[in-house]
Design a protein around this ligand. Structure first.
Ligand SMILES: Cc1cc2nc3c(=O)[nH]c(=O)nc-3n(C[C@H](O)[C@H](O)[C@H](O)COP(=O)(O)OP(=O)(O)OC[C@H]3O[C@@H](n4cnc5c(N)ncnc54)[C@H](O)[C@@H]3O)c2cc1C
Length: 384
């Protein structure tokens, strides 16, 4: 099975995507599949930097710069199938640089985006706080304007690439009384005085994560992206664009799990015949394949709409992200079940997928929040 499989979603792709999908699959299989899983958080941090250099040098981050969302989805499917850590590296380059691209900030673009796309600078996206998770408008980090600088104070938690990023795209309140309408977005270089890496936060799957804090951290006002007070809108626009690609990563993990389970079911014999000949196993494989195809169709529909230049893809992206990540969780779980004890061993690829896929239902907006978004659109009379 080739991952990604462009034929499953051919109606949403152009000819150039089909060749690109094959290249992405071959590159990921060759470069990332054979790499061992980092043994601890420190090793994962070193590995993430190495993966960034490889992905950037090979041009796989270019679709982010070009805002080619179907290209991003194909790349993430391929990366996630071979290495969930490589996929996370891709995702953060997108999240950290997209606000710069969307705000049209030429100096920031020249300083950070080119290096990030080439894989020379690592990006991070710092929105979540201890008291502001799903409720982004509750952000308490402040950015007070003092002449031509902003002075930042506050804490950000659950930040991917914390401690290893070269720059952070940070959301902070410039007008605390105005909640969501008082949030601004600033690019903060990792070496800015007053920015501290507080501690790593360890996940069961390799993924550099941690807490950062700002203590009277002074950032030039020129580092603000877009207008003051428009940061939350910029953040939500970024998430709107990136959510279909989270769904694509989920599809990549699910497709790999299905391929592993299918191969095992054909090879492993119990009660005198291959597992694949038992109808209870066939029923699982059929459901996994159908769920995966449905997820891919929603994901590539959302990316196709985004590539069409539509301003908001909120509904399509929310459906794609929530359905694909939930389906992937079920598919990976079924794969572990089909593999039996072998699938529960930490060294097996499906166990790594099992540990990796869980976070996708949480980050960039939980499933519940996506369902609220979908329901909200329905109430406003938007079609599905
Ligand atoms: C691996 C990983 C990487 C991450 N990377 C980043 C990053 O790089 N940058 C960043 O800024 N953040 C990052 N996050 C944080 C992530 O975006 C948040 O965890 C997420 O937005 C949820 O916030 P929370 O954890 O505070 O949960 P909460 O908002 O406290 O939610 C807890 C539960 O309550 C539910 N809930 C909340 N509100 C409602 C409601 N109104 N109705 C119904 N249910 C509700 C949620 O769906 C969830 O199930 C990352 C998280 C993980 C796990």
């Amino acid at each position: 099975m080739t991952i990604p499989d462009p034929h499953a979603v051919r109606a949403f792709l152009e000819e150039r995507h089909v060749g690109r999908a094959a290249e992405a699959a071959a590159f990921s299989d060759r470069e990332f599949k054979p790499r061992p899983e980092p043994r601890d958080d420190a090793a994962a941090r070193v590995e993430a930097r190495a993966l960034l250099g490889m992905i950037g040098a090979a041009g796989w981050l270019d679709p982010i710069r070009d805002q080619d969302w179907r290209g991003c989805c194909l790349a993430r499917e391929a990366l996630a199938a071979a290495s969930p850590l490589a996929d996370a590296v891709f995702a953060l380059q997108g999240l950290g640089t997209l606000p710069i691209l969307l705000s049209g900030n030429a100096p920031m673009r020249a300083r950070w985006v080119d290096a990030a796309i080439a894989g020379r600078a690592m990006a991070a996206f710092a929105m979540t706080e201890p008291e502001a998770g799903s409720d982004v408008a509750a952000i308490q980090t402040t950015a007070r304007r003092e002449g031509d600088v902003y002075r930042l104070n506050g804490t950000k938690t659950l930040i991917s690439n914390a401690g290893i990023a070269d720059f952070y795209t940070v959301f902070a309140s410039t007008d605390p009384g105005a909640r969501g309408k008082g949030i601004s977005c600033l690019v903060v270089p990792a070496d800015a005085p007053g920015l501290e890496f507080v501690k790593p936060q360890i996940l069961s799957a390799p993924h550099p994560l941690g807490e950062i804090a700002f203590q009277d951290c002074r950032v030039p006002a020129a580092n603000r992206l877009g207008e003051e007070g428009r940061g939350m809108a910029l953040g939500l626009q970024t998430l709107d664009r990136m959510r279909a690609t989270v769904g694509a990563a989920a599809c990549g993990m699910a497709a790999r799990a299905l391929a592993e389970a299918h191969a095992h079911a054909r090879a492993r014999k119990q009660f005198g015949k291959p597992l694949a000949e038992f109808q209870l196993i066939q029923e699982k494989l059929a459901r996994m394949a159908t769920d995966l195809t449905a997820a891919r169709l929603l994901v590539y529909r959302a990316a196709w709409v985004a590539d069409g230049g539509q301003d908001r893809v909120t509904l399509e992206a929310a459906m794609a992200k929530s359905f694909a990540t939930e389906a992937a969780q079920r598919i990976v779980d079924d794969a572990v079940q089909i593999l039996g004890g072998a699938g529960a061993l930490a060294s097996h690829p499906v166990d790594r997928l099992y540990r990796s896929v869980r976070a996708l239902r949480i980050y960039e907006g939980t499933t519940e929040i996506q369902h609220l978004v979908i329901a909200g659109q329905l109430m406003q009379g938007s079609g599905a």
